[in-house]
Design a protein around this ligand. Structure first.
Ligand code: DI6
Ligand code: FE
Length: 405
């Protein structure tokens, strides 16, 4: 898609440029020149070179512009929902009673297996549309509710399909090592070797995989089992991510760092050794306050230690039907501040520049020359307002690849 080049002017731009010296990389009375879907100039409007005088103009004198948001950890493609389980629990049912009634992750696996590709897509699109409506332009989507070959591939195909139906970029992640499916109950090693790894190879051969993830946890897989999957990812040249230290500390973040992972995610139970290992290897910490909130967790991820060691922090929704039934990245930013004590600047960096890093992408996430023109225009005066409001969407307009929605 090409568009006539234009200059967008605004009251202020939070460029999120790491080396501007200003908080949020803030520029007052900014101008952003866009051509061929890319940012070709950014700076104070007063300094706009004459060479852009032929460009058409879009004036947003009352608005703040930021890079569009990036949701770098979601399970947005899945069948069914778990509202009844939520209700049963609030009516006093125990975990066992919920499980006996067919609840938990297995129920989502059942619904996802039963759903056609068309149904899965129809289910996912409203979640994707809600994300886009909040200024999101790039969404990572994981498999992991199929746990058999056909359904894992189906989930990834649906995820890819979304990018052809909506103005949004999708990055897919293979999460075959998410849970042990009922038919392999008590046989996690057999599941990894007989299903998970062969499915990863197939999905990769079909071009369906951008990264590989696992759930390293007592109720998921051991570091040893995860390593076997990661060895194959490495052989295939695929980047790695890991759900680590969400409910306990199995040393997942260290394992992820050892594999030079793009990110380790959740991290409530991470210790300082793990933080240091992530810092050494440049592994991004993806914090998921929606899951912390839903599970009524009390152990916070070690944000101060991450700051101390210089670990890059991202924020995402973890959009999934069990532990984080939200598609609101703005709400997740608010929760990251209120629950994890991140600053609003860290939260916005976590949903833009650092989220791009968690996906291994460097062409988006800031407002700078050479970046994709993926921008969000907000009805706010200051970027802190984006994290401050609870459940309020101040988006005025989104620009995707240079095009206005
Ligand atoms: N961590 C989580 O919180 C979710 N998956 C994961 O690896 C839970 C998924 C679910 O309950 O459906
Ligand atoms: Fe997750």
């Amino acid at each position: 898609m090409t568009h006539d080049p234009y200059v967008l002017t605004c009251r202020s731009a939070a460029t999120m440029s790491p080396d501007s010296g200003e908080a949020y990389g803030l520029l007052e009375n900014a101008a952003i020149a866009v051509a061929d879907g890319m940012i070709v100039w950014v700076g104070p409007e007063a300094d706009l070179p004459d060479s852009f005088s032929a460009y058409s103009r879009h004036e947003f004198g009352q608005n703040l512009v930021t890079p569009s948001l990036i949701d770098c950890h979601t399970h947005a493609v899945h069948g069914g929902n778990r509202a009844q389980e939520f209700e049963m629990r609030l009516n006093g049912a125990s975990y066992e009673e919920v499980a006996r009634a067919g609840g938990g992750i297995v129920s989502t696996v059942r619904s996802t297996r039963a759903a056609s590709e068309v149904d899965l897509l129809a289910d996912a699109l409203p979640r994707i549309d809600a994300m886009i409506a909040e200024g999101v332009s790039l969404i990572e989507i994981k498999s992991g509710y199929g746990l058999d070959q056909a359904t894992e591939l189906k989930m990834l195909r649906v995820a890819r399909r979304i990018a052809t139906l909506r103005p949004v970029r999708i990055q897919t992640t293979f999460l075959g090592a998410h849970a042990v499916p009922p038919e392999y109950s008590g046989k996690p090693d057999a599941y990894i070797d007989d299903v998970c790894i062969p499915t990863l190879r197939l999905a990769h051969a079909e071009g369906l995989v951008d990264a590989v993830d696992g759930f390293c946890e007592g109720i998921g897989f051991t570091p040893d089992q995860i390593s076997r999957v990661f060895d194959v990812a490495r052989e295939l040249g695929l980047p790695i991510k890991l759900h680590a230290e969400q409910l306990s500390n199995l040393g997942g973040a260290k394992l992820a760092a050892y594999y030079q992972a793009l990110s380790a995610d959740h991290l409530e139970y991470l210790d300082e050794d793990g933080v240091a290992a992530m810092a050494r290897c440049g592994t991004v910490a993806v914090l998921l306050p929606g899951a912390f909130y839903t599970l009524r967790e009390t152990q916070k991820p070690p944000v101060s230690l991450m700051r101390k060691h210089g670990v890059t922090m991202a924020v995402a929704t973890d959009c999934n039907p069990g532990s984080s039934p939200t598609s609101s990245l703005l709400l997740s930013m608010n929760m990251a501040c209120t629950l994890f004590r991140m600053t609003p600047e860290e939260a916005l960096a976590g949903a833009t520049r650092n989220a791009a890093s968690a996906l291994g992408l460097s062409d988006t996430g800031t407002i700078a020359i050479g970046q994709r023109a993926d921008l969000a225009i907000w009805n706010v005066e200051h970027p802190a307002e984006l994290s401050y409001r609870i459940g309020f969407n101040a988006l005025e307009k989104r620009i995707y690849g240079g095009a206005f929605d």
